[in-house]
Design a protein around this ligand. Structure first.
Ligand code: 6PG
Length: 473
């Protein structure tokens, strides 16, 4: 009996996707370059299930019903090209390769073009939600050939996360690299979310001197309100985790040096490429880079002096600041998402993808790392105005920002006065103030450019392009 679908790459994400597909009634063939991994998987987690082990690409291909559907869950980059090269001669026209890894969207555009010239189909599918999501229901962002999407739609919808147990967080996003682009942007927004949350935690620890369990209580409360989200929920959980050896809060023992696999960097590169204004997302990447130069920071801390954070206040004053931090976090989050969706909007126009921003928000409602009630508000905003230029201009978000800004400004000012680096909170506030400013300082930049480079400038009082000989002979 032929299998409905095949999967290559049995790291935990791949294994969990296989188990998810099998649990939905599909017969799945699997292949892994290291055969022991396949044997181990079949001997334990896949035992007794409709999961077929294969030990060569030929065997895998031969075990699949036509048109063949093969999911790649392998490391982004050259490994994908190598597997495609080995697979291609074994496939027939109409067969479909589904790349479920975090591939760079331009690689996906290249691969789908090359394969479709040879009569094969290629889908670049963003899959978000980590290992747990892969097993229980990820957010799935498929892009590529629409005919191929129709062939794999049922399987991907069946295994995806569902909103209210019914609306699938899986729908066709757009042609060629659109799916991987949306996933990349999800990760950029994720970086912003994670940085903003870490700054809220850091401020309560450094300025208010709160302990992990005191901060945990705050995050638990926040998770009951408008800040409800997976990342807020796991942050509360992290703050309650004690180290088995010392009994101390584990988070306090973790080295403050952040890693990254590159998806936030790609999002930032794309924002610069397209001229999309995404300072908070980019700042979150730089915040990781700054954290990574730990040794340098330790040395600099002995040389560069600044204020010692201190806050002496009553219990109610502390509660007021904590409320302000919550306002600042929600307002900054809105700015970060506004930046991410504006990038998607610009990419949609640049790459002719016709992205549906409201539908993308719904894809992220469950299953993915940035899943949150908040995404419903974004969907509603685009339902109210599909041509919305910027989320901040939507009536709901506009009101939230107006209500939050006093607390937001107090928090950023307090951090600055106490020498506490809240770069993402600050960049989000500067973005808000910059976006709503009719006049900025760029007239001085234009004057300088014309002074030393004769780059010309426009005027506010008459049409035309001008140059001035600034240096009086
Ligand atoms: C997801 C995650 C995932 C991401 C890891 C590592 O949506 O499931 O975003 O795709 O690759 O979280 O990301 P960084 O190492 O770049 O933080």
């Amino acid at each position: 009996m032929k299998s409905n679908i095949g999967l290559i790459g049995l790291a935990v994400m791949g294994q969990n996707l296989v188990l998810n597909m099998e649990s939905k009634g599909y017969r799945v063939s699997v292949y892994n370059r290291t055969k022991e991994v396949t044997e181990q998987f079949l001997g334990k987690r896949a035992k007794g299930k409709k999961i077929i082990a294969t030990y060569s690409l030929e065997e895998l291909v031969g075990s699949l019903e036509k048109p063949r559907k093969i999911v790649l869950m392998i490391k982004a980059g050259q490994p994908v090209d190598i597997v495609i090269k080995d697979l291609k001669p074994l496939l027939d026209k109409g067969d479909i390769i589904i790349d479920g890894g975090n591939s760079f969207f331009k690689d996906t555009i290249r691969r789908s073009g090359q394969l479709e010239e040879e009569g094969l189909f290629y889908l670049g599918v963003g899959i978000s939600g980590g290992e747990e999501g892969a097993l229980k229901g990820p957010s799935i962002m498929p892009g590529g050939n629409k005919e191929a999407w129709e062939q794999v739609k049922d399987i991907l919808v069946d295994i995806s996360a569902k909103v209210d147990g019914q609306i699938p967080c899986c729908d066709y996003v757009g042609p060629d690299g659109a799916g991987h682009y949306v996933k990349m942007t999800h990760n950029g927004i994720e970086y912003g979310d994670m940085q903003l949350i870490s700054e809220a935690y850091y401020l309560m620890r450094e300025l208010l001197g709160m302990s992990a369990d005191q901060i945990q209580e705050v995050f638990k409360q926040w998770n009951e309100g408008e800040l409800n989200s997976y990342l807020i929920e796991i942050t509360a959980h992290i703050l309650g985790k004690l180290d088995e050896e010392t009994g101390l809060p584990l988070v306090d023992l973790i080295l403050d040096r952040a890693g990254n696999k590159g998806t936030g960097k790609w999002t930032s590169q794309e924002a610069l490429e397209l001229g999309a204004v995404a300072p908070t997302i980019v700042d979150a990447v730089f915040a990781r880079y700054l954290s990574a130069i730990k040794e340098e920071r330790v040395e600099a801390s002995k040389i560069l002096k600044g204020p010692q954070p201190k806050f002496e206040g009553t219990a109610s004053q502390i509660q007021d600041i904590i409320h302000d931090i919550g306002s600042a976090l929600y307002a900054s989050k809105i700015c970060s998402y506004a930046q991410g969706f504006q990038l998607l909007d610009q990419a949609s126009q640049t790459y002719n993808w016709n992205l549906k921003l409201g539908d993308i928000a719904l894809l992220w409602r469950e299953g993915c790392i940035i899943r949150a009630q908040f995404l419903n508000k974004i969907k509603e905003a685009y339902d109210r105005n599909p041509g919305l230029k910027n989320l901040m201009l939507d009536s709901y978000f506009k009101d939230v920002l107006e209500r939050a800004q006093d607390g937001w400004r107090r928090v950023v000012s307090l951090a600055i006065q106490n020498g506490i680096p809240l770069s993402s909170f600050s960049s989000a506030l500067a973005y808000y103030d910059g976006y709503r400013s009719e006049n900025l300082s760029a007239n001085m930049v234009q004057a300088q450019r014309d002074y030393f480079g004769a780059h010309t400038y426009q005027r506010i009082d008459k049409e035309g392009v001008f140059h001035t000989d600034w240096i009086d002979e």
